[in-house]
Design a protein around this ligand. Structure first.
Ligand SMILES: [Zn+2]
Length: 180
């Protein structure tokens, strides 16, 4: 399995890795990666891979998880030059884009928490993007005025500039804590 460096350090913007395999000449699997693969409503990272031996650059269009593996889709004039298994590469994340997604992600957690507390509504889905994000809730009734209130509470919470903690839990632990 690919070592998920973005879990160990979500502020990691550059890393070194070895190509494990390349499918169809453009889907690259690495032994380790800091590219966040699309999941949980957060888009996959973009950026580039640079081969150490000759400096050839491969633009990463998309990172996603397929059959349990993290795949980096590459494009650009060098694709025909072919990355191959065993190549050593340096990866660079498009950090401006990723950091905006991280901020959006945290903001949706804040608003989801406020709405859960104030309205007892559960989040049912979400979709993040750079400029706007959507969060779905199961609500008994929809009251637009209430939403202005939730927005204010959420903005007040953010203005307090509290530290943000995140931690990894096993699926079992996560399911347990969400039941309680
Ligand atoms: Zn989340």
């Amino acid at each position: 399995m690919t070592e998920a460096l973005y879990f160990l350090d979500c502020y990691l913007t550059e890393f070194e890795a070895t190509v494990k395999k390349v499918a169809d000449g453009k889907f690259v699997v690495l032994d380790r990666t800091a590219f966040y693969p699309e999941s949980g409503g957060q888009p996959g990272d973009t950026g580039k891979l640079v081969r150490e031996s000759d400096g050839a650059e491969f633009e990463v269009l998309y990172a996603g998880r397929f059959n349990g593996e993290i795949s980096h889709e590459i494009t650009g004039e060098n694709v025909s030059a072919g990355l191959k298994a065993g190549d050593k590469v340096k990866g660079f994340i498009d950090w401006d884009r990723r950091y905006r997604h991280m901020r959006m992600h945290t903001a949706t957690h804040v608003i989801a928490n406020v709405i859960e507390k104030e309205a007892g509504a559960q989040i049912t889905g979400n979709q993040l993007s750079l400029d706007q994000s959507r969060v779905d809730f199961s609500l008994e009734t929809f009251d637009r005025d209430k939403f202005a209130e939730y927005e204010k509470i959420a903005n007040d919470l953010i203005a307090r500039n509290n530290p943000i903690n995140f931690y990894l839990v096993s699926r079992k632990e996560a399911e347990k804590s969400f039941q309680g």
